[in-house]
Design a protein around this ligand. Structure first.
Ligand code: ADP
Ligand code: ZN
Length: 616
């Protein structure tokens, strides 16, 4: 038999016919004995970069991975593809642990996933020092850096571990973190020697981005989910409380939803996570505590019920959609309240930290600046993808054609008169020595009958109700536009207050023309067009194959996407392979999988064709 190459391994075990950007280069560097640092966005395919070399290198590869669930998932997927892999972590009983270690000693495994806190364990060290290790791979490598979002002190043990080995294996590290501070930290702390550093582009072409500013988030969320029934998705909320509320509301409305946040008991958290991973529940409502290390490839949308605190977090969370390369959606539901909640959280986080006052001040300033950029993202009318990529320091197009701004037709609306009314209102209030936040100002302009307004006799203002022909929502959009354009200031307080500035005075005096870009409402037809890319006939077969996959997965006790991804099933529904050879052409089908599942799928497809006669 021919010597295996990176290409034959990729094809034979993983069923992919070509490498993605960056994978080849990283694999070559590793195989030539060089340390590497791979920086790729979530879903780009980092695992292949160390799993393929692990199969080519003579000895064992140790993979350090932060989360037990991540490890178990990866090992299950590798074994299913015919790759000898195992894990060692604290969730195992002593018997399991020593049995696995014993099997490793017998040379049964090419890949061994180990939790960082286990590395310096006596039995494990003894094994590591007396068996040939080819490589140490550090997954989620930003966990070694204090600047990273997920610093884990146990990651510092990795260096001690490497230094206690009789000889030094290749050290490869992978992360999706974009900041250069963290990247430098990783190589320095892991003491990588002249590493080959590769950063691939951060663009994820299969993801579409949208921002919505609904007046009622609950209603909008339910509409969005109803349009996406049967697909898997994550709904991120900013606080535990809103996870509870949103999940409750969705369950009441009959959606298959579950919840996840750090305040739940371990058992419930684990169970809910599994319900989602095994497709028993299709919607996961969670705080940002959910997701790291969850390699669920068929997440077809990520909806943010609240705006997160910065674009780093947003892109990481949104990036959990579409890891299978299928078109997937990232939707953010924005409201002004989100800005205030985030400001509050930033202040509270720094109060609780052990930094000096000066450090706290510095951290807060940085966090506020990031929050401001996040807010700009939500309010810009530019291409959203372009905005994100430029934020991460990449060149980007000004039109991507796959985000809500590129796809929305904006119309330029003259709001000169409205601008006069709004600024006059703030002016009249100032004359009475009063100042308020945006909500109150909108209420006054629209003539709200709220108790507080009547009590304070604000209904006697000459500007009370002068915009009552507008909805509160539209008035708010216009007020936001004026503050974004600098015609009014907003204070930096926990409850930001709208204030006059020089530009406000100029606006009242000179009456400049003010225009605003407002989205045209999409037609019903346009909404309908956003549906599936596979047509009706194939869709039925897709359903049949999904059921087959579910029963095979249940038999093997693995999540469905480990058997085949949705992407592979879609290709099968289109190609309709009925022989083993045809089956091997499906992306994501390697030899081992064809052997294992080919017959079942080919039979199901043949039966389907027969039943549906000649037309196919
Ligand atoms: P990351 O760790 O970078 O977030 P993964 O390693 O989990 O990403 O890979 C994401 C998805 O991309 C997986 O479903 C994997 O099967 C797929 N993938 C990886 N490499 C390739 C490739 N060369 N061709 C096609 N699909 C690939
Ligand atoms: Zn765009």
């Amino acid at each position: 038999m021919d010597k295996p190459t990176k290409h034959t391994i990729l094809q034979q075990y993983f069923g992919h016919s070509a490498f993605r950007t960056g994978q080849s280069e990283l694999i070559d560097a590793i195989c030539s004995g060089r340390d590497v640092l791979g920086v790729m966005p979530t879903g780009a395919g980092k695992s292949v970069c160390y799993q393929v070399p692990a199969m080519l290198l003579p000895g064992v590869t140790i993979v350090v991975s932060p989360l037990i669930s991540l490890m178990q998932d990866q090992v299950a997927a590798l074994r299913d593809a015919g790759i000898p892999a195992a894990y060692l972590n604290s969730a195992m009983t002593g018997t399991e642990y020593f049995r696995t270690l014993h099997e490793a000693e017998e040379g049964r495994y090419k890949l061994l996933y180990v939790a960082p806190e286990r590395l310096l364990n006596e039995a494990f060290l003894e094994y590591a020092c007396s068996h040939p290790l080819s490589m140490i791979t550090v997954d989620e490598a930003h966990c070694v850096s204090q600047w990273g979002q997920d610093f884990r002190p146990s990651y510092l043990k990795i260096v001690t571990f490497i230094e206690s080995l009789p000889y030094r294996p290749v050290v490869s590290a992978f992360t999706a973190t974009a900041t250069s501070e963290v990247r430098d930290d990783i190589s320095r702390i892991l003491k990588q020697e002249n590493p080959f550093v590769l950063t691939t582009g951060f663009d994820r072409a299969n993801l579409s981005f949208s921002v919505m500013k609904p007046s009622d988030k609950y209603t909008t969320l339910k509409e969005l989910l109803a349009e996406r029934r049967g697909r898997c998705g994550i709904v991120y909320c900013l606080t535990r409380k809103s996870v509870e509320d949103v999940c409750h509301a969705l369950c009441l409305a009959g959606f298959s939803a579950t919840r996840y946040h750090a305040g739940l008991e371990d058992d419930e958290r684990r169970m809910n996570q599994e319900d989602f991973i095994f497709d028993r529940k299709t919607v996961m409502v969670a705080t940002n505590a959910f997701g790291m290390g969850i390699d669920k490839s068929n997440v077809s949308f990520v909806i943010h019920f609240n705006m997160p605190k910065n674009l780093e977090s947003y892109y990481q969370e949104a990036g959990r959609a579409g890891r299978d390369g299928e078109p997937a959606e990232c939707i953010l539901l924005y409201s002004g309240q989100d800005v205030r909640t985030n400001q509050f959280l930033i202040e509270r986080a720094s109060e609780e930290s052990e930094l000096s006052d000066q450090q706290k001040e510095a951290v807060q300033t940085q966090e506020r600046a990031r929050l401001k950029m996040m807010t700009y993202y939500c309010t810009t009318t530019e291409c959203l993808r372009g905005f994100i990529l430029r934020y991460f320091g990449e060149k980007a197009p000004h039109f991507c054609g796959n985000c809500s701004n590129c796809n929305t037709q904006f119309e330029s609306v003259d709001m000169t008169v409205d601008a006069q009314k709004i600024v006059s209102c703030v002016y009249r209030l100032a004359q009475r020595n009063l100042s308020f936040g945006k909500t109150m100002i909108v209420d006054i302009l629209c003539g709200s009958k709220k108790e507080r307004i009547i009590q304070m006799q604000l209904d006697s203002l000459s500007t009370y109700g002068i915009m009552s022909e507008r909805t509160a929502h539209k008035t708010r959009v216009m007020l936001d536009h004026l503050t974004e354009r600098g015609y009014l200031d907003v204070s930096d307080d926990a409850y930001p207050i709208v204030r006059l500035n020089q530009e406000s005075a100029r606006l009242l005096r000179e009456r400049p023309t003010v225009t605003i870009l407002l989205p045209k409402e999409p037609t019903r037809q346009e909404r309908a067009r956003r549906q599936d890319s596979i047509d009706g006939e194939d869709m039925i077969l897709f359903g049949v194959l999904r059921e087959l996959r579910a029963s095979l997965a249940a038999r093997e006790k693995v999540p469905a996407y480990i058997v085949f991804t949705d992407a592979s099933l879609r290709v099968m529904s289109k190609l309709k392979p009925v022989t083993q050879a045809q089956f091997l052409h499906v992306a994501g089908v390697g030899e081992r999988k064809a052997e294992k599942y080919g017959a079942a799928f080919c039979t199901a497809i043949a039966e389907y064709i027969e039943k549906n006669g000649e037309e196919i």
